[in-house]
Design a protein. Structure first.
Lengths: 272, 96
């Protein structure tokens, strides 16, 4: 499932120590920076739409020092090396948007290049990091937007497979999150946690599937609930009648009860 | 544990994968064909592609034949039912 919006791939500036890494990014025609002089000329030429990708911490440090005098935002910045937490505010003020690693959780460079080149990059993940204290995972999307999701989003599989949050990676060119032997489809995560993505999916559904009843059924299935699970607030037969479009006007109290069991606001149900 | 359909070496080398993951959008039950940043979903109840984009004709015929072969199809259906017992393929709810 892809949403192509004819977005242009931004011009890329690649900060590397060794030119060996450049091969994976050839399709993006990057300007390769390996020295301070390269960096200064790139800074002079960079536009607000440039994407900076750094594999070299010393070049990132030099960028921060040299860019402080540049009076404009530098586009987006992706930092694929360990980053001193104190440099994050400085980078955030230089760039319109940044993504960075905490514990090395980015996809391999060939797949990263593939995602950054894709028209569908907004809906693919390029990496992320696990926060055990908050029990959340923050994902980076291909447009460098972030999405933070609670551990509870990854419920055990029907065959009892549980996610292992100590073994996190993104695979399948940004389409799958791997947590040990547990795998989650990125489109399923986006469908649950990104209302814009959900709206796009809904728009593409066939007209007959866009009824309130069909939306209620999809959401109920996504939550793993049976119609009986709404009792005693709503009888299973009533849930069935609503899903099958046999109820013309749903009472406010019924709608509120359905929403409570589905853990959404009443007005959100129709959007699923 | 995610179900990955074993494929011929040539298909694997060409980066084709066929999967049912532990967390999928549950309705309708489906299997996903993955290649690079593209994915095609096949509805396991209707035995047809769920989306127009990317173009289903981009999927190799030999791969579709393998997926649709009776034995493989049954394996995929069994895998779905094992992983999503609360949304099985033979869901009779619509009849109540």
């Amino acid at each position: 499932m892809t949403f192509k919006e004819n977005q242009l791939t931004p011009s890329m500036i690649l900060l590397v120590r060794r030119s060996k890494r450049v091969g994976a990014f050839t399709g993006l025609h990057p300007k390769v920076v390996t020295s301070l002089s390269d960096l200064q000329s790139s800074l002079a030429q960079a536009s607000k739409d440039s994407m900076w990708v750094s594999y070299a911490s010393e070049l990132t440090d030099a960028l921060v020092k040299n860019a402080a005098s540049v009076p404009r935002k530098l586009g987006t910045g992706l930092f694929i090396h360990s980053l001193d937490i104190k440099s994050i505010p400085a980078l955030s003020s230089l760039f319109r948007r940044i993504a960075f690693t905490v514990d090395g959780g980015f996809i391999r460079e060939e797949e990263l290049a593939e995602v950054l080149e894709s028209d569908n990059r907004d809906n693919l993940f390029i990496g992320g990091f696990v926060n055990r204290t908050n029990r959340t995972i923050t994902f980076w999307r291909g447009n460098l937007d972030s999405l933070t999701v609670a551990f509870s989003a990854f419920e055990k599989s029907g065959d009892e497979t549980r996610p292992n949050f100590d073994d996190f990676s993104v695979i399948d060119s940004g389409q799958t999150v791997k947590l040990g032997s547990y795998e989650a489809a990125v489109d399923a995560i986006l469908y649950e946690y990104d209302p814009d993505f959900r709206r796009e999916v809904s728009k593409k559904r066939l007209q007959e599937e866009r009824t309130f009843g069909a939306a209620l059924r999809r959401l109920r299935k996504q939550r793993g609930l049976r119609r009986e699970d709404f009792a005693p607030d709503v009888a299973a037969k009533t849930v069935a009648r609503i899903e099958q479009g046999q109820v013309k006007r749903i009472q406010k109290a019924t709608l509120a009860a359905l929403a409570k069991h589905l853990a959404v606001e009443p007005e959100e149900i129709a959007g699923w | 544990m995610a179900y990955t359909l074993p494929l011929a070496a040539a298909l694997t080398k060409a980066r084709w994968k066929v999967k049912i993951r532990d967390k999928e959008t549950r309705e309708p039950p489906h299997v996903t064909i993955i290649r690079g940043t593209d994915a095609w979903r096949i509805d396991l109840r209707k035995k047809e592609f769920m989306d127009d984009s990317p173009d289903p004709s981009l999927v190799l015929g030999v791969l579709i034949d393998q997926i649709m072969a009776q034995k493989t199809w049954q394996q995929l259906c069994d895998a779905w039912d094992r992983m999503y017992p609360r949304n099985p393929l033979a869901d009779l709810e619509d009849q109540d």
